[in-house]
Design a protein around this ligand. Structure first.
Ligand code: ASP
Length: 468
């Protein structure tokens, strides 16, 4: 017999079905044993009576979190026993056959609670059990719905989803790279992408015009409580669209997404306010203002765009100018003459996407004239010759004709955490790392064998004092 998901048993009243899942709570009433069977779709009540003697005996041995499969008849519950709080609350299965598929030890923590009360270390060590928790399962489902919606919306808008490499070359996005040693080319390294920035721009040179990707980004930043070394973005890049058109597209996407998937939420202001960086700093003292009218209301979403960021900021420690966003950002034409003399005065076609006081994305129009891009690198302290060496690939590509283009990358993890009212992004990721970048479940990072190091021509110089 083919297994039916719990939720679908509602369609089989009076008929025989086979269901499978995890044992939730167990109760006996007199001689009758009630078992809550949980699967990904719903919880379903199983009823065992002494009438089926062999099965009844086996049922007496089962324990919470064992995995079982049963066959039986779907029956309507007697009137007084209907539970309106459970989706399958008006039916139960009168069990005729039971098979134990897998036994389970007692779990290290409760999974029928929210989980906030358990130390995170323990939850992450046993993440596969933690994920059995209803809250986390719902979060993963919500995340999948959001991603599906984005894909559907963008396909209708004419976007093409393109995967870009994970083994790539260092891209300056302002963080440290994760490096991967090459076995074939001793002493050389790949870098994991801090974002697909250069690839998505090269796809514009290639004529893709409208690119998107649910992209994984890797940044080796110092541990911070609410950051992850790898995270996901909805990465977008498009040709021939100006800043206003790009922001309009994002606004449309998020309004439709909220209306379709989050009907209980209220968007504070449509169109989303577009506030200059200067004004935001003056009025709110921050470039990610929380514009909710009522900050206690969990169902209010205040989106905004912060625009007209300065192109450069002065790095005191390094005594040099650095870009506020990244070097590919296009300076405003009217400020270009200031590039050499007065970089601090130059504004950029750069925008941040803000939600309830969090930065949930950023992007910019890009410099598509090679000489301007080169100039930006020079302002950042690179020598002209060095620029061709490091970024020759993109400058060379631009020599073959490049449409004006720009993009943006809303972060998926932060957005999910905000809409699900979660205190941090780990609650909306399946397998996050701890705040200090460890995967406690897999025990990673871990040492590797001498053999592996040798193959890569690497030697470990042990730090004197273990630095994190
Ligand atoms: N690559 C940028 C980032 O990850 C986004 C963009 O400029 O499109 O922040």
């Amino acid at each position: 017999m083919k297994r039916v998901e719990n939720i679908n048993t509602l369609k089989y009243i009076g008929k025989e079905v086979k269901v499978s899942g995890w044992v939730g709570s167990l109760r006996s009433h007199g001689k009758i044993i009630f078992v809550d069977l949980r699967d990904k779709s719903a919880v379903l009540q199983l009823v065992f009576t002494p009438k089926e003697e062999k099965i009844y005996k086996l049922a007496q041995t089962i324990r919470p979190e064992w995995i079982i499969s049963v066959q039986g008849q779907v029956k309507e519950r007697p009137k007084g026993m209907v539970n309106p709080k459970v989706e399958t609350g008006k039916i139960e299965i009168s069990v005729k056959d039971l098979e134990v598929l897998s036994e389970a030890k007692t779990l290290p923590f409760a999974i029928d609670t929210s989980g906030y009360e358990i130390t995170e270390e323990k939850r992450l060590r046993y993440r596969y059990l933690d994920l059995r928790r209803e809250r986390l399962r719902k979060n993963l489902i919500a995340r999948q719905k959001v991603i599906q919606f984005m894909r559907g919306f963008l396909e209708i808008e004419g976007f093409i989803e393109v995967e870009t490499p994970i083994l790539t070359k260092s891209t300056p996005e302002g963080a440290r790279d994760f490096l991967v040693p090459s076995r074939t080319y001793p002493g050389k390294f790949y870098a994991l992408p801090q974002s697909p920035q250069q690839y998505k721009q090269l796809l514009q040179v290639a004529g893709i015009e409208k690119y998107f990707q649910i992209a994984r980004c890797f940044r080796d930043e110092d541990p911070r409580a609410d950051r992850q070394a790898e995270f996901s973005q909805l990465d977008l890049e498009m040709s021939f669209m100006d800043q206003g058109e790009i922001l309009d597209l994002i606004e449309r996407l998020f309004i439709q997404l909220v209306r379709k998937l989050l009907p209980e939420k209220r968007i504070s202001k449509i169109p989303f306010p577009r506030i200059s960086y200067k004004e935001a700093m003056k009025r709110y003292k921050t470039d990610k203002p929380d514009l909710r009218r009522d900050k206690k209301n969990p169902d209010e979403l205040a989106f905004a765009f912060i625009v007209d960021f300065p192109m450069f900021e002065w790095r005191k420690e390094e005594k040099r100018w650095d870009t506020v966003h990244h070097p590919f950002t296009r300076p405003k034409i009217k400020d270009i003459k200031e590039l050499k003399k007065n970089p601090g005065k130059v504004l950029a076609h750069q925008y941040d996407f803000v939600l309830n006081g969090h930065e949930v994305g950023g992007g910019s129009l890009r410099s598509y004239k090679p000489e301007i891009l080169e100039e930006v690198f020079v302002v950042m302290g690179h020598k002209k010759k060095e620029v061709r060496e490091k970024f020759g690939h993109i400058l060379r590509a631009f020599d073959y004709g490049v449409p004006p283009h720009g993009g943006i990358a809303p972060g998926i993890d932060r957005f999910m955490a905000v809409i699900l009212n979660e205190p941090n992004i780990r609650e909306v990721m399946a397998f996050p790392k701890t705040g200090d970048n460890q995967d406690l479940m897999m025990n990673s990072p871990d040492e590797v064998s001498e053999e592996q190091l040798k193959e890569l021509y690497l030697k470990i110089v042990k730090p004197k004092k273990r630095k994190r």
